[in-house]
Design a binder for this molecule. Structure first.
Ligand code: PEP
Ligand code: MN
Length: 349
């Protein structure tokens, strides 16, 4: 529930609403706005009797949020949230940042070569898993903490922001120390204790859609992070399981406009996991930008045939450079632009 205060409501009147919400056994979240203040009521599971609040002085209106997720909804906050993970790297505004890099961090040479290649092509953030959620326990599991240190080194050398996955609470704290944005992978989208942890850590979070999750499930998972106090959440469409083995996953482009309608959070597209096939990545990346994605995350590897994970869906650096040029044109044609590798890179020289 959202209590909208009258224009010019006094601090005492706002306090009165906060106190009443707390007396009713819920939590109050005052949200000062440019026009008027709203006070969010959270902690309820179901409709709250608002008559006591409606009667308070200074209250203009009470809005019952109709969605099961509250703070994530556009009813709660009509204006889009902009999530900034590093200087010049913001998701949800007019600019579209590109995150690129290998599936996994494999060695210093590999991650530095990847970082330099994707930066030269126009990426503003580097991806690369240090903790890898692999379907087989015998597959490469990632370099762990050493991988995070190599990512930090790549940031020093290139100025790229770092996005990397955490799979558990301990990993989340380690990732927060080394990276700019904590990725929660598809397999952990419904790991609610991990969602609460990253909510409390407060660093920007990239939350990927689970492979069999509905958009409603995705938004409820994001709600866990906002409910824990962190509104710096970027959603990511990465394809869902389908009946059709022609591709690894079915990239759900519709999720982009649907999320924009339902939520104020930015949503980006991952055409690499969304298709699982190198030749399909470029067309679906183009389509995601055309559909209004607030960013793109793409797997790029200097030598995909030698990659320790997801080589078959990783672009060659030249293919990625070509794609960025095309995305620039598509973004321009819909009144947006690609984020330039400016501030973050310039800071590192
Ligand atoms: C990844 O980004 O490498 C990854 C494992 O993605 P997802 O969680 O979407 O499968
Ligand atoms: Mn991958």
């Amino acid at each position: 529930m959202l209590v909208v205060m009258q224009h010019g409501a006094t601090p005492e009147q706002i306090d009165g609403v906060v106190r009443t919400i707390e007396e009713m056994g819920y939590q109050a979240r005052p949200m000062p706005g440019s026009q008027r203040t709203a006070v969010g009521l959270v902690g309820n599971d179901g409709r709250v009797d608002s008559s006591r609040i409606e009667a308070l002085e200074g209250v203009a209106e009470v809005i019952h949020v109709s969605q099961p997720y509250k703070q994530v909804s556009r009813e709660w906050q009509p204006e889009s949230t902009i999530v900034t993970i590093a200087p010049g790297v913001s998701f949800g505004g007019g600019e579209i940042p590109i995150i690129a890099g290998p599936c996994s961090v494999e060695s210093e040479q590999q991650i530095i070569a990847s970082a330099k290649a994707v930066r030269a092509a126009g990426a503003v953030a580097l991806r690369g898993g240090a903790f890898k959620p692999r379907s087989s326990p015998y597959a490469f599991q990632g370099l762990g903490k050493k991988g995070l240190e190599l990512l930090a080194l790549a940031r020093e050398e290139t100025g790229l922001a770092i996005v990397t996955e955490a799979m558990d609470d301990e990993g989340a704290h380690l990732v927060a120390e080394h990276a700019d944005c904590i990725q929660i992978g598809a397999r952990n989208m419904q790991n609610y204790s991990l969602l609460k942890t990253v909510g409390k850590i407060g660093k920007p979070v990239l939350l990927k859609r689970g492979m069999a999750a509905t958009i409603n499930d995705l938004l409820l998972s994001a709600e866990y992070i906002l409910a824990a106090g962190n509104d710096q959440v970027i959603l990511c469409e990465r394809g869902v399981r389908s009946f059709d083995p022609a591709v690894r996953n079915m990239f759900d482009l519709t999720a982009i406009p649907v999320v924009h309608k339902l939520s104020h959070l930015p949503i980006i597209g991952d055409p690499s996991h969304g298709t699982g096939i190198r030749g399909m990545v470029t067309p679906m990346a183009r389509a995601a930008v055309a559909a209004g994605a607030d960013g793109i995350i793409v797997e790029v590897h200097p030598t995909p045939e030698r990659a320790l994970s997801d080589g078959g869906q990783s672009l060659y650096p030249e293919q990625f450079a070509q794609l960025v040029g095309e995305l620039r044109l598509i973004a321009g044609s819909i009144g947006r632009s690609l984020a330039a590798s400016g501030t973050a890179a310039a800071a590192a020289g």
